[in-house]
Design a protein around this ligand. Structure first.
Ligand code: ATP
Ligand code: ZN
Length: 285
């Protein structure tokens, strides 16, 4: 049987979450004989561990069928790959930052300036759109120290909390793009591999959907049932079962974490008792 080959970052900010996601999909990995490859016995999948910068290229060449990588690398490398799913982790933005004490009135500030970055492709595209001529200093790491050592006037880099900028006395002045981990796919997957990709996406979506949802059980007096049912969202409608104690029922439903406390308050106000909330592992509609 054919296997789908997935490229995952070998070590870095995406690695752990990528493997955790596979494991939540009940795909366990056995370390293969070669260290850079792992295989799964419960899903026809092989993992190739690579540097994140190389993943778009490997996927566009078809060496890997799919890959998990930051959207920023996909934009930067500009290879022929399809973005098939946003994964919601490793969220960050790619921004322009300048020294804190410098006055700033808009992107024209960058005209004639030197900007240090590891993302020259994304930056050049932005500068062209803004009709700005600037000098790009491409460096591969520790971009944030470039202004203090006199290598550049400003930087274009990944920002998440902004604390790295602050500790380097820089301020974020333009957010050029946002990024999160995504799944990319080779443009020419065989029909068998497309089927495997869809099976994997189905599992990922099932896990993502159940995250943030809780299974809720409670007891309610029968004369308040209609009101309590109207408070509970549920997938279709809540399950109602009679309790041994006359005049009372047990209700089961699914509630999203965001609404959870609000709903619990209303349930209590309407006479619900013995409320239990249980984590949900998988939700399939
Ligand atoms: P490699 O050795 O594989 O080349 P790297 O050092 O280039 O790794 P990491 O720092 O591990 O890359 O970052 C991987 C990806 O994680 C980035 O491309 C970006 O999408 C995301 N990322 C980076 N920094 C942050 C951050 N501070 N917060 C959230 N996501 C981030
Ligand atoms: Zn990298």
């Amino acid at each position: 049987m054919e296997k789908i080959k997935i490229a995952v970052q070998k070590s870095g900010r995406l690695s752990e979450k990528s493997l955790e996601m596979l494991s939540e999909c009940d795909i366990t990995l056995t370390q293969g004989k070669r260290k850079l490859i792992a295989i799964s016995h419960d899903f026809p999948l092989e993992v190739l561990f690579l540097r994140d910068d190389d993943i778009p290229q490997y996927v566009s060449d078809g060496v890997a069928d799919i890959g998990i990588v930051g959207e920023n690398e996909v934009l930067e490398k500009d290879k022929k790959v399809e973005l098939v799913k946003r994964l919601g982790f490793a969220r960050c933005r790619i921004s322009l930052a300048i020294p804190q004490d410098v006055e700033y009135h808009g992107p024209q500030w960058f005209e004639g300036k030197r900007i240090a970055t590891s993302y020259p492709g994304i930056l050049q595209k932005y500068l062209d759109e803004q009709s700005i001529q600037a000098e790009i200093e491409e460096i591969s790491g520790s971009v944030e120290i470039a202004p203090s050592i006199g290598l550049a006037d400003s930087i274009f880099d990944i920002v998440s909390s902004g604390s790295t900028l602050v500790s380097n006395r820089l301020k974020e002045v333009e957010v050029v793009c946002n990024s999160e981990a995504v799944i990319i796919a080779s443009p020419a997957l065989s029909s068998e591999k497309t089927k495997l990709l869809n099976d994997l996406l189905f599992r990922i979506e099932t896990v993502q959907r159940s995250k943030g949802n809780k299974y809720i059980l409670l007891n309610a007096p029968n004369d308040k049932l209609d009101k309590i049912i109207s408070i509970l969202p549920g997938i279709k409608s809540p399950t109602v079962m009679p309790l041994h104690q006359e005049g009372w029922s047990s209700l089961h439903s699914v509630v999203n974490e965001k609404e959870f406390w609000g709903i619990v308050d209303q349930l209590k106000e309407n006479g619900a008792e013995g409320i239990l909330a249980i984590p949900i592992e998988k939700m399939i509609y």
